[in-house]
Design a protein around this ligand. Structure first.
Ligand SMILES: [Fe+2]
Length: 336
């Protein structure tokens, strides 16, 4: 299965003619089968592959209209509370909105994260346990780290502990997002990591660290919440950047023709994003800054300067995440 999904990622970049049939029609067929609990005609692995490619290609080839239609027809309309209506309006217009969490909530988050060792990931390897705690990472110069990773992930146990607190602290913002993605029952995941600025960083590493412009396709409709746990006040501190108005995908078809073919994920060089969209906005802000963003729009984390650290929590609030769609497919097939 993993092999099939890895292949999907690569195929969506190099786009060989053999897979050019995977588009709106196939995606629609599989989504329809899932909704009526009937097995699609292809095998399970091929159905997952078609879904993976089809979701991205349907978004691109219809300028986002296909996904918009699915969101509008998949559930009843969800009202946005008045106090966070500005987030909904800004998400719709700009593709993002910003907010803050309190100092005390921030302290609580850091305390939990500091109690568990970090995991490292580099050079296309899986995440590995390091035994290194957050405070120790800061005390060690980047070149003296035993693992030369540029991203250090928080432990899943720490993130699981944090999740109920984050849901409470960001409850109103999540309600605005529920209205945006039109679901009363969102699927929410929590991730987070520390980015470390090394003296040099390869293009592959930048690609894997999501530091080159790209658009996410985590499901049919989703919004990510980013929380800065460190100050991001200058460009060297690695601000999250977003290409305004790109969330509707109106020019993604043109952008898609400029993907970097050597990158394992769909990445676009800076010079091409300017051709089709407005300039990127850099989200500067003190620790505790919250960014709500429709990351189907083009975005990246700006590469950090040497010796800089940026800590971030990323929550994904989704209507129909790919993982869930694959699980539903698996259940349907297992009953055959
Ligand atoms: Fe992303």
């Amino acid at each position: 299965m993993k092999k099939a999904l890895d292949m999907a990622g690569r195929l969506s970049v190099i786009d060989p003619p053999i897979f050019s049939f995977a588009g709106v029609r196939e995606c629609n067929h599989i989504l329809t089968c899932i909704s009526i609990h009937q097995p699609p005609s292809p095998t399970y692995e091929l159905a997952c592959l078609l879904l993976e490619i089809g979701l991205r290609r349907s978004f691109i080839s219809t300028n986002g209209q296909y996904h918009e239609l699915l969101v509008q027809t998949s559930s009843s309309s969800v009202q946005c509370p008045n106090e966070v209506n500005h987030h909904l309006a800004s998400l719709n217009t700009n593709g993002y909105s910003t907010d803050r969490i309190s100092e005390s909530d921030l302290l609580c988050i850091k305390t939990v994260l500091g109690s568990y060792p970090l995991l490292a990931q580099y050079e296309r390897q899986s995440r590995v346990e390091t035994g290194l705690y957050r405070s120790e990472l800061y005390k060690t110069p980047p070149e003296e780290l035993k693992i030369p990773a540029t991203r250090w992930f928080y432990s899943q146990r720490a993130l699981a502990l944090l999740k109920p607190m984050l849901l409470r602290v960001l409850g109103k913002q999540i309600e605005a997002i529920q209205s945006y993605i039109n679901t009363k029952d969102p699927h929410i995941t929590v991730n987070g990591w520390i980015s470390v600025g090394h003296k040099s960083q390869s293009n592959l590493s930048k690609s894997e660290d999501a530091q080159i412009f790209h658009y996410d396709m985590d499901g049919v409709s989703f919004v990510k919440i980013f929380i800065y746990l460190t100050d991001v006040l200058q460009i060297g501190q690695g601000p999250h950047q977003f290409v305004q108005y790109s969330h509707k995908g109106i020019h993604h078809q043109q952008v898609n023709s400029h993907l970097i073919s050597s990158c394992p994920h769909s990445r676009v060089p800076d010079k091409f994003t300017h051709l089709f969209y407005a300039d990127a906005v850099s989200h500067f802000g003190p620790k505790g800054t919250v960014i709500l963003e429709d990351t189907r729009g083009l975005h990246r984390g700006f590469p950090l300067e040497y010796g800089a650290y940026r800590e971030i929590i990323v929550m994904t609030i989704s209507n129909t995440p790919r993982k869930l769609l694959r699980e539903r497919l698996m259940k349907i097939y297992s009953k055959c």
